[in-house]
Design a protein around this ligand. Structure first.
Ligand SMILES: [Zn+2]
Length: 134
């Protein structure tokens, strides 16, 4: 069974409780890593915006605890976008189930489908590692 590295754990502990609950369930089935971009300072966010990696200074990564998480299937292959979509879809399915069971209260959206219409090609900005509470 996959498990988190110490680094992933320390990032996860700085996230909203509902993110922690879902992440602990997802890691039981799919190996993934939590990216260091999950926890940011305002200065780092300014840098991300400057580099075009983020579009907003109102990022949910800046909240304490963080209401967004950046995740990648492990081992990471940046060219395999399908695996990122698979991981995100699994996350969203687990989250929906947990919400219906009353285990969490949050709804989530994925950065590959911001408007949550089930399409991935209609986004002007695709951020396949990003999942956030809405
Ligand atoms: Zn993100």
């Amino acid at each position: 069974m996959p498990k988190f590295s110490e680094q992933s754990f320390s990032l996860l502990r700085q996230c909203h409780r509902d993110i922690q609950v879902v992440a602990m369930a997802v890691i039981e089935k799919i190996d993934f890593t939590i990216l260091s971009s999950t926890i940011r300072t305002k200065e780092q966010q300014e840098q991300y915006v400057k580099e075009g990696k983020s579009k907003t200074m109102n990022s949910k990564h800046l909240l304490v605890p963080s209401q967004a998480i950046d995740i990648a299937p492990y081992p990471i292959d940046w060219n395999d976008r399908t695996r990122f979509a698979y991981l995100a879809g699994y996350w969203l399915g687990v989250a929906e189930r947990f919400k219906s069971l009353g285990l969490i209260t949050s709804n989530f959206r994925w950065g590959g489908d911001w408007n949550r219409n089930g399409e991935t090609k209609d986004e002007t900005f695709s951020d396949v590692v990003h999942i956030e509470i809405i």
